[in-house]
Design a protein around this ligand. Sequence first.
Ligand code: HEM
Length: 409
Amino acid sequence: MTDVPTPTPVHELDLPVLDVDSGREARVRSVEQARSQHWLAKGLIGYTVTSYDDVVALLRDKRWYSAASLAVELSGVSDPEFTAGRRETILTVEGEVHTRLRRLVAPAFSPRAADRLRPYMREVINGLVDAVAADGRCEFVSAVCEPYPIPIICELLGAPKQDWRLFSRWAADLLRIFDFDLGANYRLVMQASRELDAYSTALIEQRRNRPAEDLLTDLIAAEEAGDRLSHDELLSMVNAVIVGGTDTTRNQLACSVALLARYPEQWRLLAEQPELAPRAVEETMRFLGAIRGTARFASEDIVYRDVLFPKGSFVAISTWAANRDPAAWPDPETFDITREPTGQPQLTFGSGIHYCLGASLARAELQEALPILARRMPDLALDGEITWKPDGVAIWGPASLPIRFTPGS
Ligand code: HEM
């Protein structure tokens, strides 16, 4: 008979501590050192998982629940009008409830559905470049990244183009849910939520009478074995698309361009070979992702690799570290948009049941934008210092990215 090792309670482990305050190189070294000692480390918010295989295993283990469901509780806002009015979203539900929702909505987010929007994505990005092309310089975040995803989300949902300003404001206010000072701004979140619900209700009514080629029509029609999304679930999905699909994409575009600005030969290559766009997107997301991690808590006592995590244990999942794990990528610190796929996807879209629902759309947006930018902004270079958003923000990237390029293309 083989002995089954007794699991060690996680708090009894002597774990390496990650360096979270120093620059990038020191952080990379610190992760490498920690990984050589133990698969688990101590980081900014408790236990942190850093290796590719463990990150994937934890994200795929349904006993670990998304910490997104705790966001309101942890914010300290106690106004019952706010807390009672919060609707569950696909990111905050688990188990059967999540499986059902995901099964119903997934077809509407297929790669084919995203491909419908590619011509419009090209139109939007070209329009934004037109405005700065003659100058040969711009602050890239405000000129291109900020405005890029909103008209696409409008088009995706089937909302009239002229309403993009409304969506822009709702997106900005709804995204305050992730702010450290939510207490000061939760009323704006409530107000935006109410306005968006009223707007979406009218749009849903229209689409019920007159179906069109858009996400809302697909979601209304979504049906499996006689099951359909309720009106409340439809509203929640519209909200999730706006919250999940705007700041992520614009920050990723800024991260990708900030990175490529340091590699002029790869920028030129992308302009000459636009077919490299899919690889360039995966590699920039691997090397500099706008989302660098997520968090889970144990819904029950969990034993994983001989470690006991008591119910309620909180674990930070570093997709940033997993994306540079040498066990998953040869030479992970080399940035190379021609890198051969390894069969192990980069993890900036997450993994497991909460894997990004908008991944096909986001990929299409970035795959369309990057080669157009490379072609129309030749000789790209930084035109001053990049200002990065504070390290603690969930959706991260440059706050300002001054660039210059040869004008007129
Ligand atoms: C580059 C852009 C994007 C990045 C980096 C990104 C990243 C992520 C990540 C990491 C998760 C999983 C979070 C977790 O497991 O805790 C996620 C989930 C999600 N994303 Fe994205 N996302 C992006 C774009 C989008 C877009 C364009 C949409 C909508 C159109 C979207 C909608 C969602 C939704 C609804 C979920 C929740 C899925 C579920 O819980 O089943 N995302 N995203």
